[in-house]
Design a protein around this ligand. Structure first.
Ligand code: XUL
Ligand code: CO
Length: 438
């Protein structure tokens, strides 16, 4: 098999002073941070759809990148060429995992039985490569949003036939995830929402999404899937409103439907910002609820109102992300680069440089988050800020023993509360800067 990315050899760590565009400046896989090598803190994954399928097409213009990898598009030969390209790419960039949708792997046929046969064939081929390289599957999913049949949703479709088709895709995608040893299985509800409430039975649609998820859990467990299921929240795009709006909404939905033992969340940076939150906010909501499972590592553009899926370069944001991950004790999943090169970055070198950027950004995020925790000033400040709950009436409130009458009596005795203490936001922001830039 011919080399596809010829001229590019294995990407190495050369350190911050390096000016070599095809070298890591900060990601040093073996460097130990907080007692673990970086590679273990940062299980990076390649998104099959962006890296091997997306060729730069947008609403106004055609493809700019050649992702045929020497084969005729939409054939099984092309599907295999993508596997060859993907494994060569992951080995060269030093990535341990990949994530996939069913239809990223093979061209979809008119008959689902034929599509499934193609999926069996391609995953046999992938398994062989996985055995030879040690590369693993982070998570699998079913694409239930691109095909026109899903125009009104999958689990939330008004059509029971479409619901069944979605169920068939989930069943197959779960079988493939188990076959490839995937750590997780993702539901991203791209069409699970509505365009107008005038034609929508919201309650029924949400109950049906939960029914599809429950079927998936029951089937997945019956075929030996031991990993986590994930919801990947996103408020909008492609639909005007999507039911899995943000982390808080998705957690409420999972708990209301008894799915929270089998599911965690896969938080994507650009989805959080579309919901009007910071990336850290949705990570924090997930963490404090014990639901932080995996991350789609990308970055949005706050000047644009849509999902731009950029490779992350914002070290501040990556630091706050890694702060939440370290505080959470790591992830059950990993860091999937659900990101694409900008349309004018159309060469193979750009693909590698994009991953180097993303991996270096998260390596810096990890180093700086560890430094922030070791510095201790932020944790100490937060602990002190709530010190009034450590004794007296505060301790009784925190333990749940105090009554409303007791609190009121306390207030009456004090006549008026003292000022609650400065939030010292500016001081804390300067602590972050001094850790980031020291
Ligand atoms: C879309 C998105 C998806 C999911 C998987 O915004 O993030 O690619 O990650 O379906
Ligand atoms: Co995503």
């Amino acid at each position: 098999m011919a080399e596809i990315f010829s001229g590019i050899s294995k990407i190495k760590y050369e350190g911050p002073a390096s000016k070599n565009p095809l070298a890591f400046k900060f990601y040093d896989a073996d460097r130990v941070v907080f007692g673990k090598p970086m590679r273990e803190h940062l299980p990076f994954a390649m998104a099959w759809w962006h890296n091997l399928c997306n060729a730069g097409k947008d609403m106004f213009g055609d493809v700019t990148v050649d992702k045929s990898f020497g084969a005729t598009k939409d054939t099984m030969a092309h599907a295999k060429a993508k596997v060859d390209a993907g494994f060569e790419f992951m080995q060269k960039v030093g990535i341990q995992y990949f994530c996939f949708h069913d239809v990223d792997l093979v061209p979809e046929a008119d008959d689902i039985n034929e599509t499934n046969a193609r999926l069996d064939e391609i995953t046999d081929y992938m398994l062989e490569k996985m055995k030879n390289t040690g590369i693993q599957c982070l998570w699998g999913t079913a694409n239930m949003f691109s095909n026109p049949r899903f125009m009104n949703g999958a689990g939330s479709s008004n059509s029971a036939e479409v619901f069944c088709f979605a169920a068939a895709q989930v069943k197959k995608a779960l079988e493939l995830t188990v076959k490839l040893g995937g750590r997780g299985y993702v539901f991203w509800g791209g069409r699970e929402g509505y365009e107008t409430l005038l034609n929508t039975d919201m309650k029924f649609e949400q109950e049906n999404i939960a029914r599809l998820m429950r079927m998936a859990v029951n089937y997945g467990r019956s075929i030996g899937f031991k990993g986590d299921f994930y919801i990947e929240p996103k408020p909008k795009e492609p639909m005007k409103h999507q039911y899995d709006y943000d982390a808080a909404t998705a957690i409420g939905f999972l708990r209301a439907n008894g799915l929270d033992k089998d599911f965690k969340l896969n938080i994507e940076a650009n989805h959080a910002t579309l919901a009007g939150h910071s990336f850290q906010h949705d990570l924090r909501v997930s963490r404090v609820n014990g639901m932080l499972g995996s991350i789609d590592a990308n970055q949005g553009d706050l000047l644009l109102g849509w999902d731009t899926d950029e490779f992350p370069f914002d070290v501040y944001e990556a630091t706050m992300c890694m702060y939440e991950v370290l505080k959470s004790g790591g992830l059950t999943g990993g860091f999937n680069f659900d990101a694409k090169t900008r349309r004018p970055s159309y060469t193979y070198d750009d693909m590698f440089e994009a991953f180097i950027l993303g991996m270096d950004t998260f390596a810096l995020g990890l180093i700086k988050a560890a430094a922030l925790i070791e510095d201790g000033r932020i944790d100490e400040f937060v602990a002190d800020r709530y010190a009034s709950y450590k004794e007296g009436i505060g301790a009784r409130i925190a333990s749940g023993e105090a009554t409303l009458e007791e609190c009121a009596a306390n207030a009456a005795a004090a006549k008026a509360p003292a000022m609650p203490g400065s939030g010292r936001q500016e001081y804390l922001e300067s602590v972050v800067n001094s850790v980031l830039f020291s």
